[in-house]
Design a protein around this ligand. Structure first.
Ligand SMILES: Nc1ncnc2c1ncn2[C@@H]1O[C@H](COP(=O)(O)OP(=O)(O)OP(=O)(O)O)[C@@H](O)[C@H]1O
Length: 361
């Protein structure tokens, strides 16, 4: 079994009798970058803390390769786990220099002075902080401190790195630079990265696969493209990007990855799960790029413009389908031209995804 693959099986965890993680099972491959994404309070940090060994689990197992880390009967302490951890709060030693902070763990574990020097230089170079080795953490910016925390983790050359919202305190430019930093680190080391964030853009930019969590459960574990194009349920559909839900009826699978459905009074072909069954009713997920203003020969449905938001390179047009009062769809136009709220805008579909449903209702 690859040494740094993570196997989580049926993990549950409660605080004060309240279930915070419920039957979590995940197989993370060696060298993979996995982001854990979900709304506040869904259990992301708790999952990371159980992986790191700061919390015990109630049921289930956590293994790294073929090594048992946690089970109800067994708990390997955090310092014995072969993991690097980068938390949102940098927790640097204020009385040590940048180099001292990075060197500390090597000193404690008895690495020779010559090797320490070489590894500290290497780690600081990797995060672009060679020139800051002798500074005190107090004299660094937030982003630089975060990079010291990363260097401190890298210097130990862990096979698995757990990162808890490491970019949450940084401004938008620094975040982009740090995203590149993580990817570079990953290319350099091939380590397995588990990355917690509530920022889906960040998750999409960095991760090979994303775990979407809600209320202590895994909603979907898939590539960013799959989450966007083939959400497993309504939560993922609306959580990822600008997904909007539309009621559909008379779903007839066509056997080629598409189904014919009734939507806003018209018949359309939408993408569907290979095992989608015929259903009297269901829900479709439509993104902005699934919609466009109808031309003369298109199969169109009428909508009324509710709101136009200028977003620089495009305008976001929010509409209500005339035959589905209360539903909201959104499309992007490079130029909203003479459109106004209250105007009628006939739309058609480029694409769309049926939220999977497998049993006949
Ligand atoms: N030590 C604790 N004692 C009791 N409840 C806790 C404890 N730690 C977390 N919780 C609860 O467990 C749930 C999950 O918390 P967790 O911090 O894992 O969520 P999260 O997804 O990381 O949220 P955020 O994005 O806001 O950091 C929350 O309802 C939280 O209040």
């Amino acid at each position: 079994m690859p040494a740094s693959a993570i196997h989580i099986h049926q993990l549950t965890k409660s605080y004060n009798g309240i279930r915070v993680l419920n039957a979590i099972s995940l197989e993370i491959a060696q060298g993979e970058i996995v982001a854990v994404l979900g709304p506040s309070g869904c259990g992301k940090t708790t999952l990371l803390r159980v992986l790191a060994g700061f919390e015990r689990l109630e049921t289930g197992t956590v293994m790294l390769g073929d090594r048992l880390y946690s089970s109800p009967q067994f708990h390997l302490p955090p310092e014995k786990r072969d993991l690097g951890i980068v938390f949102q709060s940098y927790a640097l030693w204020p009385h040590m220099t940048v180099a001292g902070n990075v060197e500390y763990s090597l000193k404690v574990s008895g690495v020779s002075a010559v090797e320490r020097q070489q590894r500290v230089d290497e780690a600081l170079a990797m995060v672009g902080l060679s020139a800051f080795a002798r500074r005190s953490p107090a004299d660094l910016s937030g982003g630089q401190r975060q990079r010291v925390a990363l260097a401190r983790c890298l210097v130990a050359r862990p096979q698995v790195v757990l990162l808890d919202e490491p970019l949450a305190n940084l401004d938008v430019h620094l975040r982009a630079a740090m995203e590149e930093e993580f990817i570079r680190f990953h290319q350099h080391t091939g380590a397995t990265l588990v990355y917690i964030t509530h920022d889906q853009q960040e998750a999409m930019a960095i991760a090979d696969r994303i775990v979407v969590m809600d209320q202590g459960e895994i909603m979907q574990f898939a590539t960013p493209q799959q989450l966007y194009r083939e959400p497993a349920n309504e939560m993922v559909a609306t959580f990822i990007d600008d997904g909007r839900l539309m009621p559909i009826s008379d779903i007839e699978p066509l056997g080629d990855g598409y189904a014919s459905v009734q939507l806003a009074g018209q018949r359309y072909r939408l993408r569907c799960h290979a095992h989608q069954s015929a259903q009297p009713a269901g829900i479709a997920c439509l993104h902005a790029d699934d919609l466009r203003p109808a031309k003369q020969d298109d199969i169109a449905f009428g909508t009324t413009i509710k709101r136009i938001i200028y977003r620089g390179s495009y305008s976001q047009i929010d509409v209500e389908p005339n035959r589905v009062p209360g539903a909201r769809l959104s499309l992007h136009l490079p130029n909203a031209g003479g459109l106004r709220p209250g105007d009628t805008l006939p739309l058609t579909l480029n694409n769309g995804w049926i939220i999977p449903s497998f049993t006949s209702a």
